[in-house]
Unconditional design. Structure first.
Length: 386
């Protein structure tokens, strides 16, 4: 995998960069979190300093392979320009269908963004002909969308195979952070939340082989508590999770990894109880961690050198049940460990806590791709760059 710093830009004029501008927006198309935009800025700056023109490619949402105004960057292009502090020209869906990249080639603008790449049928099909209609006009292709690199799509996989290609600066940081979690000999703790065991079973099995300790939180912990014979009332459960949990404990016992669960929780009425007192309660749901569980986490963090956090510890959409995640965010921000944040809703939890991303060793913007890489899956976006 080439490093951008190893590329000779002497004969490179047009550069395509696959970015992830799939940003969250409100009903009025106002960007509510600009993290993914800012993560692309270092690579964009690097290419501009080498006096190249840039064609940005990104998806937004999940349109059905045709133009759909609510998924068009038309609604967002001005905000992108303001946030990134560049004038960005939009190449429309219709213009590309009629004239390809003619507008990009003739434009004096340094940066052009093609409208939502998923409008085009060839994208999801990883179509070579479609990919060449773009890369034939480029001298270099850069993938700066690690978060999309588990997709076998044209702008993630095939385009990188067509011409000289390299990972973006942030893409490399993502790969390095994941390799550190998997391969470092340092003492590691994984804190895993979220709701479903099934979506993270392979990740958990992989982590039991590389981590000394794993703490399970969020609604996922309900399944583990029930497996251990703890009353969970009407708490959210995943049907059929027992065998998956059994497999996790079996492998953890073989590898010497300790699995930790909440010791006290916050219920839907706002009261806190230790887990051994839950059998005395009626009609309840577990919605967050309470204070002793945070103390357990603090002790585990103090014994660790690398910490991975992926998934909220409670129902963070409700401020009453975001306290556990917020306390954890502050705890990790103040620790001396190398803390890696595993994307997805964990970013929302940190934003709710009001903690700057700068307080952590690395904050990933990838959700599914981050987890799949931890599972030792070969990601199409990485394979294409090797």
């Amino acid at each position: 995998m080439k490093n951008l710093n190893q590329i000779n830009f002497q004969n490179i004029k047009n550069v395509g960069i696959r970015v992830d501008f799939n940003v969250p927006t409100d009903d009025l198309f106002q960007v509510t979190d600009n993290t993914r935009l800012l993560r692309a800025k270092d690579t964009i700056d690097f290419v501009l300093k080498n006096e190249c023109k840039i064609l940005l490619l990104s998806h937004f949402g999940r349109p059905k392979e045709m133009f759909d105004e609510k998924f068009s960057f038309t609604n967002l292009i001005d905000q992108f320009s303001d946030i990134l502090r560049y004038e960005i020209n939009l190449l429309s869906y219709e213009e590309f269908l009629q004239n390809g990249l003619k507008q990009f080639n003739e434009s004096t603008n340094k940066i052009t963004l093609l409208d939502n790449i998923r409008f085009f049928e060839g994208e999801k099909k990883n179509d070579e002909s479609f990919s060449q209609s773009i890369t034939n006009e480029l001298d270099l292709f850069i993938n700066e969308a690690f978060s999309a690199s588990h997709r076998s799509h044209a702008s993630v996989n095939q385009m990188a195979k067509n011409i000289l290609s390299a990972p973006g600066l942030n893409f490399l940081k993502e790969v390095t952070a994941i390799n550190d979690i998997k391969n470092s000999t340092k003492r590691k703790l994984a804190i895993i939340g979220g709701s479903k065991v099934s979506t993270k079973i392979k990740t958990l099995l992989s982590l039991t082989q590389s981590c000394s300790n794993i703490f399970i939180g969020g609604a996922m912990a309900n399944n583990f508590l029930k497996y251990q014979g703890i009353a969970v009332g009407q708490s959210l459960l995943e049907e059929g999770s027992e065998e998956m949990i059994k497999d996790i404990y079996t492998l953890a016992n073989k590898t010497g990894c300790e699995i930790h669960l909440p010791t006290d929780v916050v219920l839907n009425d706002g009261q806190s109880f230790s887990i051994d007192r839950l059998s005395d309660q009626n009609q309840f749901s577990i919605l967050d961690l309470s204070n002793h569980s945070i103390e357990v986490l603090e002790q585990l963090v103090q014994r660790s050198e690398i910490v991975l956090w992926n998934g909220p510890m409670g129902m963070i959409e409700d401020p009453r049940f975001a306290q556990g995640s917020s306390k954890l965010a502050h705890l990790l921000a103040n620790s001396s460990c190398d803390v890696v944040i595993g994307g997805g809703d964990t970013l929302l939890a940190i934003n709710i806590a009001g903690v700057s991303f700068d307080h952590y060793h690395f904050v990933s913007t990838a959700g599914g791709a981050f987890l799949e890489a931890l599972e030792d899956k070969e990601l199409p976006g990485i394979i294409a760059l090797q």
